[in-house]
Design a protein around this ligand. Structure first.
Ligand code: GAR
Length: 208
Protein backbone atom coordinates (compact mmCIF):
# COMPACT_ATOMS: atom_id res chain seq x y z
CA UNK A 1 0.00 0.00 0.00
CA UNK A 2 1.49 3.36 -1.00
CA UNK A 3 1.85 5.85 1.81
CA UNK A 4 0.38 9.28 1.14
CA UNK A 5 0.78 12.64 2.87
CA UNK A 6 -1.74 15.47 2.68
CA UNK A 7 -0.59 19.09 3.10
CA UNK A 8 -3.35 21.52 4.12
CA UNK A 9 -3.50 25.07 5.46
CA UNK A 10 -7.22 25.43 6.15
CA UNK A 11 -10.46 23.58 6.70
CA UNK A 12 -9.36 20.23 5.36
CA UNK A 13 -12.64 19.12 3.79
CA UNK A 14 -10.73 17.71 0.80
CA UNK A 15 -8.36 15.97 3.19
CA UNK A 16 -11.35 14.37 4.89
CA UNK A 17 -12.85 13.21 1.57
CA UNK A 18 -9.48 11.66 0.67
CA UNK A 19 -9.17 10.02 4.09
CA UNK A 20 -12.62 8.43 3.83
CA UNK A 21 -11.87 7.15 0.31
CA UNK A 22 -8.62 5.68 1.65
CA UNK A 23 -10.47 3.90 4.45
CA UNK A 24 -12.87 2.43 1.91
CA UNK A 25 -9.91 1.15 -0.15
CA UNK A 26 -10.78 3.53 -3.00
CA UNK A 27 -7.63 5.67 -3.09
CA UNK A 28 -4.92 3.27 -4.24
CA UNK A 29 -3.00 4.18 -1.09
CA UNK A 30 -3.33 5.11 2.56
CA UNK A 31 -2.98 8.56 4.12
CA UNK A 32 -0.21 8.25 6.69
CA UNK A 33 0.05 11.88 7.78
CA UNK A 34 -1.57 15.32 7.54
CA UNK A 35 0.92 18.19 7.64
CA UNK A 36 -0.07 21.83 8.10
CA UNK A 37 1.88 25.09 7.99
CA UNK A 38 -0.68 26.61 10.38
CA UNK A 39 -0.88 25.46 13.99
CA UNK A 40 -4.56 26.50 14.13
CA UNK A 41 -5.70 24.84 10.88
CA UNK A 42 -9.00 22.99 11.38
CA UNK A 43 -7.52 20.28 9.11
CA UNK A 44 -5.25 19.20 12.01
CA UNK A 45 -8.24 18.64 14.28
CA UNK A 46 -10.00 16.67 11.54
CA UNK A 47 -6.96 14.41 11.20
CA UNK A 48 -6.83 13.76 14.95
CA UNK A 49 -10.53 12.90 14.91
CA UNK A 50 -9.90 10.46 12.05
CA UNK A 51 -6.92 9.02 13.98
CA UNK A 52 -4.44 10.04 11.30
CA UNK A 53 -1.12 11.50 12.43
CA UNK A 54 -1.35 15.32 12.37
CA UNK A 55 1.74 17.51 12.48
CA UNK A 56 2.37 21.23 12.28
CA UNK A 57 5.67 22.35 10.74
CA UNK A 58 6.60 26.04 10.97
CA UNK A 59 6.75 27.68 7.53
CA UNK A 60 9.34 30.33 8.43
CA UNK A 61 9.26 34.04 7.70
CA UNK A 62 7.74 34.09 4.21
CA UNK A 63 4.07 34.37 3.36
CA UNK A 64 3.73 32.52 0.06
CA UNK A 65 6.35 29.79 0.33
CA UNK A 66 8.30 27.75 2.89
CA UNK A 67 11.46 29.42 4.10
CA UNK A 68 13.26 26.05 4.40
CA UNK A 69 11.77 23.04 2.64
CA UNK A 70 14.36 20.58 3.98
CA UNK A 71 12.56 19.78 7.29
CA UNK A 72 9.37 19.16 5.32
CA UNK A 73 11.12 16.73 2.99
CA UNK A 74 12.77 15.02 5.98
CA UNK A 75 9.46 14.62 7.82
CA UNK A 76 7.88 12.99 4.76
CA UNK A 77 10.89 10.79 4.02
CA UNK A 78 10.97 9.62 7.65
CA UNK A 79 7.39 8.42 7.12
CA UNK A 80 8.24 6.72 3.81
CA UNK A 81 5.80 8.88 1.87
CA UNK A 82 5.36 7.96 -1.79
CA UNK A 83 3.01 10.72 -2.99
CA UNK A 84 2.09 14.14 -1.60
CA UNK A 85 -1.44 15.53 -1.99
CA UNK A 86 -1.92 19.28 -1.62
CA UNK A 87 -5.42 20.07 -0.38
CA UNK A 88 -5.85 23.78 0.26
CA UNK A 89 -2.12 24.20 0.96
CA UNK A 90 -1.61 27.92 0.43
CA UNK A 91 2.13 28.03 -0.22
CA UNK A 92 4.10 27.39 -3.35
CA UNK A 93 6.63 24.57 -3.38
CA UNK A 94 10.01 24.72 -5.07
CA UNK A 95 13.22 22.69 -5.13
CA UNK A 96 14.31 20.87 -2.97
CA UNK A 97 10.74 19.72 -2.22
CA UNK A 98 9.71 19.14 -5.84
CA UNK A 99 13.04 17.47 -6.64
CA UNK A 100 12.57 15.07 -3.71
CA UNK A 101 9.05 14.14 -4.92
CA UNK A 102 9.46 14.49 -8.66
CA UNK A 103 6.12 13.86 -10.42
CA UNK A 104 4.74 12.75 -7.03
CA UNK A 105 3.00 15.95 -5.87
CA UNK A 106 -0.66 16.55 -6.79
CA UNK A 107 -2.83 19.60 -6.18
CA UNK A 108 -6.51 20.45 -6.40
CA UNK A 109 -7.47 23.90 -7.62
CA UNK A 110 -11.01 25.37 -7.63
CA UNK A 111 -11.27 26.38 -11.29
CA UNK A 112 -10.95 24.84 -14.74
CA UNK A 113 -7.24 25.58 -15.25
CA UNK A 114 -5.67 27.35 -17.08
CA UNK A 115 -8.52 29.77 -16.25
CA UNK A 116 -8.26 31.56 -12.90
CA UNK A 117 -4.98 30.34 -11.40
CA UNK A 118 -3.83 31.67 -8.02
CA UNK A 119 -5.80 32.86 -5.03
CA UNK A 120 -9.58 33.43 -4.86
CA UNK A 121 -10.24 31.49 -8.05
CA UNK A 122 -13.95 31.01 -7.31
CA UNK A 123 -14.49 34.73 -6.70
CA UNK A 124 -12.61 35.60 -9.89
CA UNK A 125 -14.71 33.16 -11.93
CA UNK A 126 -17.95 34.59 -10.52
CA UNK A 127 -16.81 38.21 -11.07
CA UNK A 128 -15.73 37.37 -14.63
CA UNK A 129 -19.20 36.09 -15.43
CA UNK A 130 -18.24 32.66 -16.76
CA UNK A 131 -21.18 30.26 -17.10
CA UNK A 132 -19.11 27.15 -16.39
CA UNK A 133 -16.26 26.74 -13.94
CA UNK A 134 -15.15 23.75 -11.88
CA UNK A 135 -12.09 22.14 -10.38
CA UNK A 136 -8.81 20.66 -11.57
CA UNK A 137 -6.40 18.06 -10.21
CA UNK A 138 -2.89 18.53 -11.58
CA UNK A 139 0.71 17.58 -11.05
CA UNK A 140 2.66 20.30 -9.28
CA UNK A 141 5.68 21.88 -10.87
CA UNK A 142 7.58 25.10 -10.21
CA UNK A 143 5.10 27.39 -11.97
CA UNK A 144 1.87 28.41 -10.20
CA UNK A 145 -1.08 26.09 -10.99
CA UNK A 146 0.60 25.08 -14.25
CA UNK A 147 1.52 21.39 -14.03
CA UNK A 148 0.05 18.68 -16.29
CA UNK A 149 -3.68 18.11 -15.74
CA UNK A 150 -4.91 14.78 -14.37
CA UNK A 151 -8.63 15.39 -14.12
CA UNK A 152 -11.25 18.14 -14.27
CA UNK A 153 -14.88 18.46 -13.31
CA UNK A 154 -17.20 21.17 -14.66
CA UNK A 155 -19.61 23.09 -12.43
CA UNK A 156 -22.37 25.31 -13.82
CA UNK A 157 -22.62 28.91 -12.63
CA UNK A 158 -26.32 29.61 -12.09
CA UNK A 159 -28.11 32.94 -12.35
CA UNK A 160 -28.26 34.49 -8.91
CA UNK A 161 -25.40 32.39 -7.49
CA UNK A 162 -23.70 33.97 -4.48
CA UNK A 163 -20.06 33.23 -3.80
CA UNK A 164 -21.16 30.84 -1.06
CA UNK A 165 -23.54 28.98 -3.43
CA UNK A 166 -20.85 28.49 -6.06
CA UNK A 167 -18.22 27.56 -3.48
CA UNK A 168 -20.49 24.88 -2.04
CA UNK A 169 -21.04 23.25 -5.47
CA UNK A 170 -17.34 23.42 -6.37
CA UNK A 171 -16.33 21.91 -3.04
CA UNK A 172 -18.80 19.06 -3.54
CA UNK A 173 -17.30 18.45 -7.00
CA UNK A 174 -13.77 18.54 -5.52
CA UNK A 175 -14.66 15.92 -2.92
CA UNK A 176 -15.73 13.55 -5.71
CA UNK A 177 -12.96 14.39 -8.18
CA UNK A 178 -9.84 14.35 -6.00
CA UNK A 179 -10.13 10.77 -4.65
CA UNK A 180 -11.00 9.50 -8.14
CA UNK A 181 -8.00 11.28 -9.69
CA UNK A 182 -5.61 10.05 -6.99
CA UNK A 183 -6.73 6.47 -7.46
CA UNK A 184 -6.25 6.72 -11.19
CA UNK A 185 -2.82 8.30 -10.80
CA UNK A 186 -1.67 5.60 -8.37
CA UNK A 187 -3.16 2.54 -10.01
CA UNK A 188 -3.13 3.06 -13.78
CA UNK A 189 -0.09 3.30 -16.05
CA UNK A 190 0.56 6.83 -17.26
CA UNK A 191 3.19 8.74 -19.15
CA UNK A 192 3.92 12.40 -19.91
CA UNK A 193 3.78 13.66 -23.47
CA UNK A 194 4.74 17.31 -23.28
CA UNK A 195 2.08 18.87 -21.08
CA UNK A 196 -0.27 15.91 -21.49
CA UNK A 197 -0.67 13.02 -19.08
CA UNK A 198 -1.63 9.93 -21.06
CA UNK A 199 -3.29 7.07 -19.18
CA UNK A 200 -4.06 3.48 -20.05
CA UNK A 201 -2.85 1.04 -22.68
CA UNK A 202 -0.97 3.68 -24.70
CA UNK A 203 1.03 4.62 -21.60
CA UNK A 204 1.69 0.97 -20.76
CA UNK A 205 3.06 0.44 -24.29
CA UNK A 206 5.44 3.38 -23.88
CA UNK A 207 6.54 2.08 -20.48
CA UNK A 208 7.53 -1.27 -22.05
C1 GAR B 1 -10.29 24.02 -2.01
O1 GAR B 1 -11.36 24.63 -2.67
C2 GAR B 1 -9.07 23.97 -2.91
O2 GAR B 1 -9.39 23.76 -4.25
C3 GAR B 1 -8.49 25.34 -2.68
O3 GAR B 1 -8.63 25.56 -1.31
C4 GAR B 1 -9.80 24.91 -0.85
C5 GAR B 1 -9.47 24.11 0.39
O4 GAR B 1 -10.61 23.62 0.99
N1 GAR B 1 -7.13 25.40 -3.10
C6 GAR B 1 -6.59 26.46 -3.69
O5 GAR B 1 -7.18 27.50 -3.90
C7 GAR B 1 -5.13 26.29 -4.09
N2 GAR B 1 -4.71 27.37 -4.91
P1 GAR B 1 -10.49 22.50 2.15
O6 GAR B 1 -9.44 23.00 3.14
O7 GAR B 1 -11.83 22.47 2.77
O8 GAR B 1 -10.10 21.22 1.50
Amino acid sequence: MRRLAVLASGQGTNFEALAHAGRRGELGGRIAVLVSDRADAPALERARRLEIEAIHLPPGRFRTRLEDEAPWVEALRAREIDTVLLAGFMRRLHAPFLAAFRDRVLNIHPSLLPAFPGLEAIRHALDHGVRVTGCTVHLVDDALDEGPILAQSAVEVRDGDTLADLEARIHAAEHRLYPWAVRRFLTEPWTREGRRLVFGAAAAAVAR
